[in-house]
Design a binder for this molecule. Structure first.
Ligand SMILES: [Mg+2]
Length: 185
């Protein structure tokens, strides 16, 4: 099982929110965050949609106005990710292979910054978004997945591993566990 290879602390998100809209982005900016590595599937849109809603487009414009550089950062393939990204006029990394380092290294080049403290990840999965960011040294905000039932088979496997991680967290880090429980369970 994946989680046995990593310390349980690698699964601890920076914070947890019900959705991407609830995050205090002005505070993140004040805290020195400048670059957002934003997951797409089940974070911005469910799997059964392929384009951003007007609400998502407005939201992205709002983030740009605050001063953030946004990179859409997805494990999904080129066709889906490029179509969505073009509709948002944002740069993207597809096949990011979260939780592994390859995509993060690409992101550093794309954003032209090696200062990891400027980055914040946002995503809906402990096993890819949170673990990947923490392994690389980038903090990650966890959000509630938009639609659990539409998840792909490999995401369902991650969800099984996730339950093991959550049981461990419940024993060792009960405060953050309660936060995650509030959005996940
Ligand atoms: Mg996702």
């Amino acid at each position: 099982m994946l989680q046995l290879f990593y310390s349980i602390t690698k699964f601890i998100p920076y914070d947890c929110y019900q959705d991407v809209f609830s995050i205090n982005y002005n505070k993140l900016y004040e805290d020195g965050k400048r670059i957002i590595l934003m997951d797409i599937d089940n974070t911005l849109i469910p799997y059964d949609q392929d384009l951003p809603s007007p609400k998502i487009k407005d939201f992205i414009e709002k983030l740009k106005k605050i001063g953030f550089k946004i990179i859409l950062f997805s494990n999904n393939g080129y066709n889906r990710v490029s179509k969505f990204s073009e509709a948002c006029s944002l740069p993207f990394i597809n096949n990011a292979v979260k939780p592994f380092g390859k995509g993060y290294r690409k992101a550093l080049k794309l954003a032209k910054s090696n200062n990891l403290s400027e980055y914040i990840g946002i995503g809906d999965q402990l096993m890819t978004d949170v673990l990947g960011g923490n392994r690389f040294g980038i903090e990650v905000i966890l959000v509630r997945p938009l639609k659990k039932r539409s998840e792909k088979w490999y995401t369902k496997i991650n969800r099984i591993n996730e339950r093991h991680v959550l049981r461990k967290l419940k024993n060792s880090h009960s405060e953050i566990y309660k936060k995650i429980e509030g959005i996940y369970l």
